[in-house]
Design a protein around this ligand. Structure first.
Ligand code: SAH
Ligand code: SF4
Ligand code: F3S
Length: 461
């Protein structure tokens, strides 16, 4: 890299505000952008008002997600004008993430206040881009795909705090589901080498992290290079991570049913650190719609994978994603989705109304479903899913679950932690236990969380 400003040239402290939209991979990327900018004197702030540098890390998955960015940019432009009118320093505005990748320069035409557009594979170039922007405003660079360059150039140490952390191990998608923008915004599937993942995980463990969630658009397609030069599966990576002192819990998301390998299914039975919760989206319950979606699996395959997972780990809690109103979806197809949900019995499941995305094959398919029909279907589906979430949480009452305490609760002395099944657990008198995994007696389950009691101070100490 050329013309890197030295930290002295850009002497801090400067305030950085990052607003994150979309999936967990964007949450991870936002943390990493903060890591890259820290040596330049940028410290995070939690409002845009007083920020020297504002980054919107955007999502393009549905129309609403992309439109939100423009209304937010309008507000930030006003803040900047206000600040300049008060005699303050200029504020630099950047758009990162999947809208940046998908729309590129278009963003600046629609909102000229934007100084910088940076695609998801170019965050390591932020210092250089910032320096160039300062000289010639309005440049856009670095939206081409080269994830290895991105990861190689980022600091290995991780900033931040907390006992849980995300760790991206895989990026991109080769599946090309006909409704989805991800293969276009994140590029082809690519896995980080095992050694790089282990190094970052050790740095997190040193910082006090006890639970790691491995991220990837298709995380179970992970095939990173191992130290022996051979490819490693996600299962092998998970076993290696489980050896790191301090890392007691491992999760991964999001997975594709076709990439659920035998060794990964077996690991759910063998590896204690692997938590019994899995996000395995199916998208639809009708074989006809799954074909139109180009999912390359039918409902039978999905049930088969789940049966094998539950055989390996009987208490596995399942989560998923579903789309209603995909082009051509009939009442019968929708009924197939309802039937699939009843058979799977989800602990947690997200559902979305189909949103046509420019450039994707489904956007121009015949039989686009009217929005009233979609709305009615999603209400029916969400009522069933809510029933299942509540039922799942209620069945935890009376059990004793190991809870990793994460943060203080709303009331004095209270702490909030996570169950193995990713439920939030509220416990009184547990504030001193943050960072520890402690057995908790679950008293009741509500729609969004569980309430628990410490077994005894002796156990908790
Ligand atoms: N890689 C993951 C998730 C990708 S996006 C996977 O394959 O499961 C997250 C979710 O957004 C998807 O699972 C899907 O349910 C939803 N989604 C993607 N494109 C969509 C669209 N055009 N309209 C509505 N929902 C969509
Ligand atoms: Fe999108 Fe399908 Fe890839 Fe998931 S598997 S990211 S839904 S194209
Ligand atoms: Fe959105 Fe990009 Fe994630 S489109 S869901 S932020 S991969």
């Amino acid at each position: 890299m050329t013309d890197h400003p030295t930290p002295a040239e850009v002497a801090g402290p400067k305030r950085l505000f990052i607003k994150t939209y979309g999936c967990q991979m964007n949450v991870y990327d936002s943390e990493r952008m903060a890591d890259v900018l820290r040596p330049l004197g940028y410290a995070p702030t939690d409002t845009a008002d007083d920020a020297d540098f504002v980054i919107l890390n955007t999502c393009h998955i549905r129309e609403k997600a992309a439109e939100k960015v423009y209304s937010e940019l309008g507000k930030i432009r006003e803040l900047r004008e206000l600040r300049i009118a008060r005699g303050g320093d200029r504020m630099t505005i950047a758009v990162a993430g999947c809208v940046a990748q998908a729309e590129g320069e278009e963003i600046m035409l629609r909102q000229p206040a934007v100084d910088l557009v940076v695609g998801p594979q170019a965050y390591h170039q932020l210092p250089e881009l910032l320096a160039r922007t300062a000289r010639a405003r309005g440049e856009r660079i670095g939206a081409d795909f080269a994830p290895n360059a991105k990861f190689d150039a980022m600091p290995t140490g991780r900033g931040g705090s907390g006992v849980t952390a995300f760790l991206t191990v895989q990026e991109g998608c080769d599946k090309f589901c006909t409704f989805c923008v991800v293969p276009y915004t994140r590029g082809a599937e690519w896995s980080r080498p095992v050694a790089a993942v282990l190094e970052e995980a050790r740095s997190l463990a040193d910082r006090g992290v006890r639970e790691i969630t491995l991220l990837g658009q298709n995380v179970n397609a992970y095939d990173g290079e191992g130290a022996d030069g051979k490819r490693s599966t996600l299962a092998r990576l998970a076993y290696a991570l489980g050896e790191i002192p301090g890392i007691d819990r491992i999760r991964y998301t999001t997975s594709h049913p076709n990439d659920m390998g035998d060794d990964l299914i077996a690991a759910h039975g063998d590896l204690d650190a692997l938590m019994p919760y899995l996000h395995l989206p199916v998208q639809a319950g009708s074989d006809r719609i799954l074909r139109l979606m180009n999912r390359k699996h039918g409902r039978a395959k999905y049930f088969e994978v789940i049966d094998r997972l539950r055989a390996a780990r009987p208490d596995l809690a399942l989560a998923g994603d579903l789309i209603v109103g995909f082009p051509g979806e009939t009442d019968k197809d929708f009924e197939d989705t309802m039937d699939l949900v009843r058979r799977v019995n989800y602990a947690a499941c997200f559902s979305f109304m189909y949103s046509p995305r420019p450039g994707t094959p489904a956007a121009t398919m015949a039989g686009q479903v009217p929005s009233e029909v979609m709305k009615a279907r999603i209400q029916t589906l969400q009522a069933l899913l809510t029933e299942q979430h509540i039922a799942f949480n209620e069945t935890q009452a009376g059990r004793v679950l190991p809870v990793l305490f994460e943060k203080p609760g709303r009331f004095a002395g209270q702490a909030v932690g996570r169950s193995p099944y990713l439920q939030s657990v509220h416990v009184e008198g547990a504030a001193h236990l943050i960072g520890q995994i402690v057995p908790v007696h679950i008293v009741s389950g509500q729609q969004k969380s569980l309430t628990g009691r410490l077994l005894s101070e002796r156990v908790a100490a």
